[in-house]
Design a protein around this ligand. Sequence first.
Ligand SMILES: Cc1cc2nc3c(=O)[nH]c(=O)nc-3n(C[C@H](O)[C@H](O)[C@H](O)COP(=O)(O)O)c2cc1C
Length: 190
Amino acid sequence: MIETILKKNRSTRGFDETQKIDRETLERWVSHTRYCGSASNRQPLKYCLLHEKNDVEGLLSLTKWAGALPNEHLPKSNQHPVAFIVILNDTTISNGRFVMADVGIAAQTLLLSAVEEGYAGCMIGAFDPNKVQAYLHLEDHLVPRLLIALGKGTEQIQLVDHTDSIQYYRKDGVHYVPKRTMDEILVEKE
Ligand SMILES: Cc1cc2nc3c(=O)[nH]c(=O)nc-3n(C[C@H](O)[C@H](O)[C@H](O)COP(=O)(O)O)c2cc1C
């Protein structure tokens, strides 16, 4: 059921480091993005896969996690992701205003693919594209737009209806994610 997997797909910031993800698995998830919509069918996205510990740790050091929970220092030192998929924009194909729509569709596809196989992940937008580009020794026309951190999730995460704040929070070891209710997101035509 689509609803079940969507609810299960929570941004996860703690992983079991003993559970690795091999390149073949990452390639399978990337292959699913080939079936995604793309504005004018330009398909300007490319993917760089990291699963070796040193590579993952190096990229991790260029990222920021859970800005709303600075005291948590996530991901914790023994709960790092074991893989990253770097979503790249090949600007020689397109650099137009729909590229980020393509990125979002691809990112969700990658996460749902991982979740279907019992893994978890987190989209990471808090990084300096120039630094990531340099770290990966990419040519100038390949611009990192979004990172997907991946692994076997260890966190307990719960969706809750939004009441007073949309800020995610942690209580007694559980990560809570408020979501706006249907009443809030449906707009009637005048
Ligand atoms: C485009 C995008 C960028 C994000 N960037 C980050 C990030 O840099 N660091 C982080 O910890 N979480 C990041 N997230 C995760 C959001 O914080 C998360 O989606 C939100 O808290 C709601 O939780 P949920 O994904 O479980 O519904 C990002 C999510 C999206 C969609």
